[in-house]
Ligand binder design. Structure first.
Ligand code: 5RP
Length: 231
């Protein structure tokens, strides 16, 4: 395992100490959340009783293959705890998420949870959000018009960097689990993340965006010195 993967696993292991028998869990997506699901599965094999709602098809397949019991938000609309990674974390615990393309389900699941613990290595901590391109999930219908409206909103928010349609390694357009596309907006720095979050929601065609404002309860940040709670 590389040093970076070891740090992610440290954060995931510490998050597991907050999981109690009988909990209803939101299971995040991404390489850090994948470690958490691996470790959770070990505890489940040891007798821990939990039930999870996965935030993506990738996580659903992983959890299923490891024997973690799963449910849906339709069957279990209130969760105790979600554990998920992030692409950026600011000092107020506002996040950019969606690097793995699962932002829509991740936000729905986090919002349905009593608490959200963010797990990450120290590289994800930033002074201000925006260096990581902001993922914006959009309906395929009317893409050009939606994109123009998003550009206007972003420019007013001080983000005038390029917007790109997310593609896969093979060059094909990336399609989310919900059947939408993702526009990645290069901002460099987002001065008012909460304001931009609500203005993006006013654009018809925007399904969701990767600004997670006020959703994280605390973060577990791993560095070579150990995994520490932030917030
Ligand atoms: C997926 C996400 C991930 O949590 C985020 O991209 C972090 O991933 P990783 O743990 O692989 O760095 O938001 O949509």
């Amino acid at each position: 395992m590389t040093d970076a993967e070891a740090l992610k696993r440290d954060a995931a292991a510490k998050a597991l100490t907050f999981v109690e028998d009988g909990m209803r869990l939101g299971l995040g997506t991404g390489s850090t959340a994948k470690h958490f699901v691996d470790l959770l599965a070990e505890r489940v094999r040891g007798g821990l009783r939990v039930i999870g709602v996965p935030t993506s098809e990738v996580t659903r397949k992983q959890a299923e293959s490891l024997g973690v019991p799963l449910t849906t938000l339709d069957e279990t609309p209130e969760l105790d705890l979600t554990i998920d990674g992030a692409d950026e974390i600011d000092p107020d615990l506002n996040l950019i998420k969606g690097g793995g393309g699962a932002l829509l389900r991740e936000k729905i699941v986090a919002a349905a949870s009593g608490r959200m613990i963010v797990i990450a290595d120290q590289s994800k901590m930033v002074d201000a959000l925006g260096r990581f391109p902001l993922p914006i999930e959009v309906n395929m219908f009317g893409l050009a018009a939606t994109r123009r409206a998003i550009e206007t909103v972003l420019a007013k928010a001080g983000c005038s960097g390029p917007i790109s349609v997310r593609t896969k390694a093979d060059g094909h357009v990336f399609v989310t689990d919900g059947g939408h596309m993702i526009l990645d907006a290069a901002c460099a720095r987002i001065p008012d993340a909460a304001g931009l979050a609500s203005r993006l929601h006013s654009v018809p065609g925007v399904v969701e965006h990767g600004l997670f404002i006020g959703l994280a309860t605390f973060a577990i940040i791993a560095s070579p010195g150990g995994a520490e709670i932030v917030g």
